[in-house]
Design a protein around this ligand. Sequence first.
Ligand SMILES: N[C@@H](CCC(=O)N[C@@H](CSC=O)C(=O)NCC(=O)O)C(=O)O
Length: 279
Amino acid sequence: MPFETLSQHLCFGGRQGFYRHQSREIGLPMRFSVFVPPQAADGPVPVLFYLAGLTCTEETFPIKAGAQRLAAELGLMLVAPDTSPRDARIPGEADAWDFGVGAGFYLDATREPWSRHWRMESYITGELRQLIGLRFPADLKRCGIFGHSMGGHGALTLALRHPDLYRSVSAFAPIAAPSRCPWGEKAFSGYLGTDRAMWREHDACALVEDGRRCPPILIDQGMADQFLATQLNPDRFEWVCCDGQPLTLRLHEGYDHGYYFISTFMADHLAHHAQFLKA
Ligand SMILES: N[C@@H](CCC(=O)N[C@@H](CSC=O)C(=O)NCC(=O)O)C(=O)O
């Protein structure tokens, strides 16, 4: 599985790198970033996949989230993929910021013209994971997943759909019920079509309602989040989780949707994952 190194930087005794490869799953070049902690010099380390939100890239998390210092202390590898295919030459693919480019929603599209390239679920759970296991000092038996907003939706749904792959899960301000909000309705109708039964397979609330379970979830949510009232639905997720899905939902007065909020609570999320990945 070849890949190209775009840049590498020494960071808290570890290495922050940016890479590109020709993805067979996506059918296009894809970029991703990896932080390798210093402990990797002594053998494979646990891996934490971070899924970013709408409009983000593989650079957003390493630049803005402030996760490397503690990941270096805890011995966690951090992997951040891009948020969608790019340059697929689909007419209008980059016309909207909440659909198409930068808005892959971490599922495999079933509807033309998106189904050819928009295969983010298979990419993250399959090809990228394999590449990380083969080409980086990663222990794939100890993987966790977390993310923000659209990426929080991705973390929850991938953990619920692939409980064999992820030992730990958390989210910042996730889109927790995408079938019931404008972002999700737009994405799911475009990528999956109008059959709402298909939508349930990619909706965290519906997955829990339908009996899927994953490791105990940590969610942080800012109460001054500009998208809270219209897009996120944490209260509905808390309600469905009462039926046997362990969840800690923390609400924080005054915090908004952005990376100042994420960086404030990043240490708690890394500690949450470490307790499962290093057990
Ligand atoms: N361009 C939009 C705002 C887009 C935005 O806020 N993106 C969020 C994720 S939203 C859900 O997935 C984000 O993480 N942005 C990157 C950042 O650096 O903050 C608008 O005009 O409102």
